[in-house]
Design a protein around this ligand. Sequence first.
Ligand SMILES: [Zn+2]
Length: 360
Amino acid sequence: MGSDVQNKMNALAQKWDGFLGKVEGRVQAVIAETNEGLDQLIAQHAIDHGPMGAAFGALKARFHGLSSKVGDAWAKIDGEIDEVRGDDGFTSADYGAVSAVRDAMHDKYSKMIDDLALHREHIEMSKNADWARRLQLLAQEEAGKGVPCSQCGTPMLVENLDCGGPQKCGSCGAVNNVLPEAASALFYRGTGVRALANEQCWQYVLAERDAKAQFDRKRHPTAYDHRAYLKAAHEKFTAYYQAGVAIYPKFTDDVTAAVEAKMKHYSAWDREVDKQKRELFGRIVEASSTGDVAGLDALVGNLPNFVGFDECIECLVERRHYPAAEYLFGKKYSMKGEGVAKARWVVSKLAEMKRFLGSD
Ligand SMILES: [Zn+2]
């Protein structure tokens, strides 16, 4: 890259790093302030759903504000990169070099957006769990002090303060219809148990996040990739409901059924055609892995109308199955009757696709 272009790109990359560093500092400050503010609210207003809800809403808004700021800054710096590209004497060699610098900057941008979402989820999870611990304590106090009988005023020790119900007074025999008190209602029926269960399965939440990112990163995911993602989700919900039942046995009657109900959301929007694609790509990758040339020939020789020949090659290249990809490029060459020598054509096509898919 020309030294002038080089200097300009270095300056932009440095500016971007400086900006991201400032955002990172801001995030740490927001987290510290959130911790402090919510700890105070939890200590003083744990049973006031209003202020607690408002505080969590404000937290969301602050992180949303940071994400927008990062997005705006990226749009601005990307515009400045475009200006460098428009300079007089900008060469095609410069173009590749500038793109590489821009890609690295964009990766940092994506990572920052991702980190912001994760920071927000983490602090929401941990503060909700702190709130739940406070509610649990207050619920135990409510249960300990009993509920006065509506007829004679004698405090009754209520067995089902979590959900309420009929309770016979031991003193006068009147049957009271007892409602759960504020902390009990919030802990058992509101956010409490859910928040503690969520905290306990946090490592599974992270594992599902990773599995989803891996699945989304694939241009042509296979049935295996999809199963790995669903498996992580299944493990998360299982851990969640098991933790919930351990804290509060009435959390769910049936862990398996509760997990299955959650898993239905994962298949509800899954289109049949995507499912068939994943299965086909899975068989192609399998044929490549086992060196089954005849199997590969049969699969690509009989593609359904919703899968292109190039997509099959892309699917192999993004998994670095280069020999099978070269083999398919060879088939494509023969089909098209290209003018240049076959070996050279295959090598150049593969190199082009590797660059396109970033799989080098
Ligand atoms: Zn009574």
